[in-house]
Design a protein around this ligand. Sequence first.
Ligand code: MN
Length: 334
Amino acid sequence: MIGSNLTPSSSLSFKGIIPPGVLDFLKNPDTFLVVGHSEPDADCLGSQIALAHVVQSLGGRAVLASAGPFLRPEIKPWESLFLADPDACPRVDRAVVLDCSSPSRAGPWQAKMTGLPVLVIDHHAGTDRCGEVDYIDPEAPSTALLVFRIYEALGLPLTPAVAYSLMLASCTDTGFFRHLGPAQGETLRMCAQFSDLGVSLQDIHALMTGGQLATNLRLLGNLLGRLQLHYEGRLAYTFEEEGERESLQASNRPSDLLYQLIFTIDSVEMAVVLRTENGATIGGLRSRRTIDCAQIASGLGGGGHVRASGFRTEKPLDQVKTFIFAEFERALGG
Ligand SMILES: [Mn+2]
């Protein structure tokens, strides 16, 4: 029976139960569209690469798809593996959508999934249960962990490329393991296997934290210079001015570094970073412990995780800021 062999009863380490139907969905000699969200990160892409390998190991064919862009240095080398244009996609029989809280996050690839049997694999809070089969575990620190559980359940051997992909994915979504709370050793045990297979955390750390431009750090400096603390230091707010990135010739905003620095202030419970672009307001929210960022972002048409979320809205920045501050105040009171 499907599922009967998926939870070793003797092991406390294996908390995740793979829902019935997931493995059967994958055990098909079909062509699978393996798709993730736009503006992908390494958890999304690495999980897609590993899942494509699962499909191929089971006798199917996989088309890796991503709308991109591949901006971050650690994901750049993967760009050539992914099809960007849905019009160039061959005929596909079924789709697996990974790391997307909603199919709309797949951008132009969403339309390609219409009418196909879909498997959703994700770890976001509040993910649409829209697949023929859903494997959604909001307690998993990464989508990579869910794909790894599929490997384990199927007894598939890991290749060095898959181990690397899932390691980079895990490092991304766990902030290099520092976001792991208690009883999350499953991720560490998984990554220990990747390390034993020859994956270097040292190299991954250098790739993820290096490659910075001085211009990006100047932008970071400006954002820190504008940092305001509200609600007795519990809410930290800053913003990027429209056109600032271009005028500084910054290639990106070092967001991880920015949030990391903001949370070195002990009083900060939530960090809010806003910017405007072509009339839209784009924001990132991070919380230390209790504030549900995903819920606040969903009120602005966005989504994500409890501790990290984002949104893009047509509402003006001042209105967005007022909304977030009010939601924060309500969350504090509640
Ligand atoms: Mn993820």
